[in-house]
Every structure is written in structure tokens, then in C-alpha cells.
Ligand binder design. Sequence first.
Ligand code: BEZ
Ligand code: FE2
Length: 404
Amino acid sequence: MLKLKADYVLTFKEKSDILLNAEVLFDKKIIKVGYNLDETPAVYLGKNSVLMPALINNHTHLEFSSNKTTLKYGDFITWLNSVIQNRENLFTKCNSKCYKDSINEMKKSGICAFGEISSSGNDLKYLTKQPLKVVYFNEIIGSNPAVADILYQDFLARLENSKKYENEKFKTGISIHSPYSVHPVLMDKVIDIAKKEEMVMQTHFMESNAERLWLDQGKGEFKLFFEQNFKLSHPLIKPIEFIQKFKDTKTTFIHCVHANEKELEEISNIKGFISHCPISNRLLNTGLLNLENVKNKLIDYSVATDGKSSNYSLNLFKEIRAALLMQVELHPKYLAKDLLKAVTINAAKSLGLNNGSIEPTKDADLISFKLPEKVNDIDNLFLQIILHTNEVDYLYINGEEINL
Ligand code: BEZ
Ligand code: FE2
């Protein structure tokens, strides 16, 4: 059992967000939060210390972590072609050190858990031997019916293999790459499995205007892309129909930059989540998610880095700082609080984890770091945290201190 005391404790519990000079008592789980809790001596984290739930990066592709300057940024279709061309080389280049560096970057920046999209299964052996919690999304991709069965068998083999490693820190999930890149028959089959086995799901959705034009009208840059690469002349599903397939699952829709009102409403109806990846969207020049719309539709959103295939970093503090600076329509003071909730409690809900807030019975997944000075206006606390934090001093997962 350990009791930590900090100048600023952020709980992200429904009402009492900020407690000043407060204590948190925990073992594997949070036991109590407040003042003068019991006789256990408290460890004081120091002047201007912050204690809060550890961060959760709910959408990454570590398989692509070896990418630095290989992939082509600035345009979505150009980028996608460069991914297809370089995928195998980048995967081969991501060796043990490459995975280790990615995990280190995440844990130093206070991340206790991440959602990994795995398209090959190459990443599995590296992710089962590291200290962070993982939700491992086996991804299905492929629109060509001629190879659908081969792809499905490969998916099933990867899924079964990953299930062998399930434990309190490793959960399996299922990802459908996107509405344009997966045959509807495959979608139905894997959604059936997710429902039966109560697995969480993720899918990329409306990332680019090219996707919008292709799915609505069978036009735009994807027309040539599909004719050349997959001998496909028309899209196979309408976006609304695609969203409805995920009813009665726990699904996070990644990006949604070009999702329209009706689609956001439908995501809200089926109690779906949205993950916002602003740096990735900027680098591929796909636009900016309208967060105000997402909030108005009462959709819980999280923020994630995506992979190094479309980011220079896996640090979530950098990602939410980018969101804070890019989302100019929203007031920085209130947005800052929403962004910290996005990478804690909301991300936990989207992955089905029992963490993301400091309240009794939650997993003791905590971080602590120091602000450079006292915060004069407590209303600015969330904003100052986002501006001044890159790395943390301590990370606890299930109550255990992790070596940083
Ligand atoms: C497809 O199989 O349709 C596909 C695969 C990768 C990217 C885009 C589409
Ligand atoms: Fe992604």
C-alpha cells in the first residue's frame, strides 16, 4: 500500500476534478482519495507536483515505428501509395530495439496503456514482454473478394495466436481497417466474432476527402487508386450502413474528419467513440476534425498519436498540445480540460479498461510530474499542464512503479 501526496491532484471523477494538497492511497487499485486518509505516512511528491491518471494512447501502429523520412506526407493518396510500397521494408526494419524505443517514448511521456493496430502479427512478440497495458487490435484489410478467404484465414490465425497472451495487461480486440478497404462479407464475419467474444473494436472512418468522394459517388482520387491496385470500379458500402454494422459493439471510429452530421449522429446513436489524431491529419493534409460538432452530438472523444507512419512522435502530451493549438474554435481553458479527459477517462472507456480516473476500485494507473512554478489561476491548471509537460517523473501501473 502506498500513499502519495501532491499539490495538485486531478481525479477526472464526474464532479471533483481538482483537489489541492491532497492524498491518494492505493495498492493495485485506488483505495481512497482526499485528506488525512489514515495513519500511513504520505510520500510528498514535491513543490508544484501534479498527480493524475496515467495517459492512454488508444490508437497506434507500432509496426510502422521504423518510419522517419520514408513515407510521403502532404497528401493522403500519395501517402497511402507510399505506405503500400514501403510497408514490408518498414516492418522488417522495426526490430526489437525499434519496438523498445517506441514503448520507452510512451512510458516516459506518462502512457500506461495503448491500443495497437496490428496488421501482420509481427508486433505480438515484442508487446507481450513490456510493462504497458495493451489492447491488441487484430486488423482485417482487403476489398478483393477473390482473396477474401485467404485474408480471413490469416486474420483468424493472428486473432487466435494473440488470444493466447490475454492477461490483466493484455487484451485482444478487432479492427476493420476502413469502410473502403474491407469487403462487407469480411466486415460481417469479424463483427460477429467481436460481438460473441465481447471484444472492443476500432476502424478508421472518413479520414480524407478522397474517402468521402469515393464512398458517396464512386469518384475522386480513390477511383484511379482502386482501378489500378485492386481492379475495383465502385465502392462496396455506404458510410451510414457501415456505421450501423457496429451497433451493439464497443467501437472507436478513428479520425472522422470528413464525417457529416448524419454520420456523427449515427455514431452517437450506437454509442460509438471517436479518436482524434490531429498531427496525423495535419501531416497527411486531410483537414481538422470539428470537435465542437462531436461534443454537441454527445460523443466521447479521445486523442491519439496514430503511428509513426503519420507522426514524428508517440508522446501524447505533444499530441494534445497540437490539438490545443489547432482547435482554434474552442476556448483554450475549457478545451484543455477536455483534452486531458480525452487521453485518460475517455480513452479508458473506449478501450474497456478500468482506469483513467482516480477513484476507489479503479486500477492504480497514475502519473506524477512537476509544473515549473505555482499556478496562480487555478482555472488555468489544465492549460498550464498541457503547455509545460513532455515527460513524467513517476508512472504507476496497477500500483507498481515502472522504471522510466
Ligand atoms: C483494399 O484491399 O481494398 C485496400 C488495401 C489497402 C489500402 C486500401 C485498400
Ligand atoms: Fe491509424
